[in-house]
Design a protein around this ligand. Structure first.
Ligand code: SAH
Ligand code: MG
Length: 197
């Protein structure tokens, strides 16, 4: 992969205020995935392809990332970026709303990265659990949402997001088949390893 192009894409995404994965969050995920050598990763929320391209480096040979994005402009940009970085054969973009696309998928994934509409996290979890492999891992980014999730913050605009993120945390914590940690890296990262599905 062309790391120089990837760096340029990262700089532009930051300039454009696209919420790409933070460096410390990426390092944590890298630690999990580097040894694991995943064959198949599912990402919900492609944006311009930055995180998917980073993850493509951790894949096993012939590994594939399926990633979903509903914003047409971002899909266009992601396709151009992926071509530039030279990882086209490793990344498969589904264009559309993940709420509609996920139920149509029937793959088995070694890892799922949830990074899209916060109000939909419980639904994304349900779909991730349906498709995760027996020794898989599910990551959820922005799980602490600027600290709102752990405070009594109740501003109207973010209320649904906060409620659903709390619901996500509750479900992964109470699920006996999962072993979950919530890390304060970046905007908060939930890591749920499957125990004995
Ligand atoms: N994972 C990317 C950043 C994703 S930002 C990275 O780290 O590089 C979140 C993206 O999710 C946005 O581009 C937004 O358009 C998309 N998104 C939000 N809700 C979605 C949904 N329901 N279906 C598909 N994409 C969604
Ligand atoms: Mg994010």
């Amino acid at each position: 992969m062309n790391k120089k192009e990837l760096d340029k894409i990262k700089e532009k995404a930051l300039e454009d205020h696209i919420p790409i994965i933070m460096d410390d969050t990426l390092s944590v995920i890298e630690k999990y995935l580097k040894n694991k050598k995943p064959k198949r990763i599912l990402e919900i929320g492609t944006a311009v392809g930055y995180s998917a391209m980073c993850f493509s480096d951790f894949l096993d040979e012939d590994g594939i990332i399926d990633t979903i994005e509903r914003d047409e402009e971002r899909v266009k940009e992601a396709k151009i970026n992926i071509e530039k970085v030279g990882v086209k054969e490793k990344i498969n973009i589904y264009e559309g709303d993940a709420v509609e696309i996920l139920p149509t998928l029937n793959e088995k994934y070694d890892a799922v990265f949830i990074d899209a509409a916060k109000g939909k996290y419980p639904f994304f979890l349900k779909e991730a659990l349906r498709m995760i492999k027996e020794d898989g891992v599910i990551f959820a980014d922005n799980i602490l949402y600027k600290g709102y999730v752990m405070s009594d913050y109740n501003k109207h605009k973010q209320r649904t997001a906060v409620r659903n993120l709390r619901e996500y945390i509750k479900e992964v914590s109470e699920n006996p088949n999962l072993e979950t940690e919530i890390l304060e890296v970046g905007d908060g990262l939930a890591i749920s390893k499957v125990k004995n599905k």
